[in-house]
Design a binder for this molecule. Sequence first.
Ligand SMILES: [Cu+2]
Length: 174
Amino acid sequence: MTLWQRVQRVVLVILLGPSIAWAAAGVAKVQGTNVGSKITGTVSFQDTRGGVKLSVQLANVPPGTHGFHIHEFGSCEEQGKAAGGHYNPRGVPHGFVPKDGLKRAHAGDLGNIMADPQGNASLEAVIPGVSLSGSKYAVGGRAVIVHEKADDFGQPVGNAGGRIGCGLIVITGR
Ligand SMILES: [Cu+2]
């Protein structure tokens, strides 16, 4: 191997190594938790250098503002109650994690999602410092929850009421 080939190999490892480690992708299929609910949708997850990126598309959601969070456990049983509380690995107060960061918000504090008069709701967000599949603060295997009411950012969990939609976060690949 020439010196130039060795240099190329080192550069490739430096460029590609970390990007492979970050590249996990996943999905949560959201369904209504109440009998007869037609809520449906998808949350796509992608690990990026800046944190996990979410892309949310929901349908048949009651028009208006709904709290939207990642909750601790990967279960949608008992109308979403089995998902437990907000994913809060650092034991900090409730906030809005894209703005407040992990020191002043739960890792799962994604704020609100807005449903239009037709019941469609979409959202794009990045949670800094959180991953889908990394060794620290990973959200894979947890659950996304759509709440009945708006998250008003009051303590301790935002007063968003019941859990009308839920989906398990599944790692699908890269
Ligand atoms: Cu919640």
